[in-house]
Design a binder for this molecule. Structure first.
Ligand SMILES: Nc1nc2c(ncn2[C@@H]2O[C@H](COP(=O)(O)OP(=O)(O)OP(=O)(O)O)[C@@H](O)[C@H]2O)c(=O)[nH]1
Length: 362
């Protein structure tokens, strides 16, 4: 963005300078300063292209060049023609672009400081014209005062929004995350799942849903207390999180039930992944006697299906894992007589064999 902005600014300044000298515009700042502005912005674009790490320094220099040019051009007009009854002209609109850039480049407080410095210069010009003409040039004075007032209003509205932005981001995080485990909450999981299902449907890509529920969690709470139960939930979440790929989303579906939305993961890979997670949870030791386990249900996306049907299939598979003894990984299968053969992946040695018959390519 910065590279594009700087190079197009350089081009626009050089074209405007050429135009100004060709048609002989009365403001010599355009003829003499614009080429320097263009050359400066061009040099900054080249520097940025060669060393992107200089971005903060280059952005600030580019902003200073542009704003200095705007102030110089305006000052020339006001100081050299104090009695001319003409408004400030279109160049004054660019001050608002300069304020906007300041809020993109600096922190809100920094942007407020540099913008107020520009406004102080504009106020100085208004004061100067008022004294010089004994307030005799009402058109110019009114234009300058309008520019100062509009600038103050614009900068303060921007400052207020910039102050609100981090609060908005924090509220968004709170609204979409689970306070106990720090992973996404169900609301966020439903949003993400809708997004991933529509993406998988549109591009015919693999997508797996892995639902897991801690086994006999009520007993852990009853025997060790709710606080230890909370610690178990956090430990399990952290263990699972450490095994996720960058693409995966882990969310708390409710209580002691969690979901992993795994884009680009075929059914066979999801079974292997579920089995790995099952083993990881079963290997945890919390305190002296808590050994949590979880039951897993997996559903892989079928073209044309909805979010609800995918969740229902994963849920069914998970309940089958519970019914068949817990601490297992089950794959959702169609409800047909032929499909009654078990699709569980309990003995770890069999995992590779189960995974060797993928239903979807990766
Ligand atoms: N500590 C703690 N417990 C929770 C939390 N949310 C839900 N629970 C408890 O999780 C337990 C879930 O119990 P059940 O639904 O009977 O399930 P279970 O005991 O895990 O049995 P199965 O799922 O059948 O293996 C309940 O006792 C809930 O109070 C939580 O945030 N913290």
């Amino acid at each position: 963005m910065a590279l594009l902005g700087l190079s197009s600014g350089a081009l626009a300044s050089l074209v405007a300078a050429a135009f100004a000298s060709r048609v002989g515009l009365p403001n010599p700042v355009d003829a003499h300063v614009l080429p320097f502005l263009g050359a400066g912005l061009l040099a900054l674009s080249i520097a940025l292209w060669r060393s992107p790490r200089l971005l903060p320094w280059i952005e600030r220099t580019g902003w200073s060049l542009l704003t200095a040019y705007l102030l110089a051009a305006l000052a020339y007009k006001v100081i050299h023609f104090p009695f001319e009854h003409v408004p400030l002209g279109a160049r004054s609109y660019w001050f608002f672009f300069s304020y906007l850039l300041a809020f993109l480049i600096w922190s809100p407080r920094g942007a407020l400081t540099v913008s107020l410095s520009v406004i102080a210069c504009l106020t100085g010009l208004a004061a100067w014209i008022s004294v010089e003409t004994h307030a005799g040039n009402a058109t110019l004075l009114a234009s300058l005062i309008q520019l100062v007032i509009a600038s103050i209003a614009y900068v303060f509205v921007h400052y207020s929004f910039a102050q609100l932005r981090p609060q908005y981001a924090r509220m968004r995080t709170l609204a979409f995350s689970d306070p106990l485990t720090g992973c996404a909450n169900r609301r966020r999981a439903e949003e993400l799942l809708a997004l991933e299902v529509s993406r998988a449907g549109r591009y015919a890509r693999p997508l797996s849903l892995i639902l897991f529920d801690l086994d006999h969690f009520k007993q852990i709470n009853d025997q060790h207390g709710h606080a230890i139960g909370d610690a178990v939930l956090r430990t399990v979440t952290n263990a699972v999180r450490s095994d996720l790929r960058g693409l995966d989303h882990l969310a708390r579906w409710g209580g002691e039930e969690f979901v992993i939305i795994a884009p680009e993961l075929s059914q066979a890979r999801a079974m292997q992944f579920g089995e790995r997670l099952r083993k990881r949870i079963a290997a945890l030791r919390i305190g002296s006697s808590i050994q949590p386990t979880a039951s897993f249900g997996i559903a892989s996306f079928r073209l044309g299906e909805t979010v609800d049907s995918m969740v229902l299939r994963a849920d069914r598979a998970m309940y089958r894992a519970k019914a068949q003894g817990r601490n297992r990984v089950e794959l959702e299968r169609p409800q047909t007589a032929a499909a009654e053969a078990p699709e569980t992946v309990p003995p770890l040695e069999e995992t590779a064999a189960t995974a060797a018959a993928p239903s979807q390519p990766d």
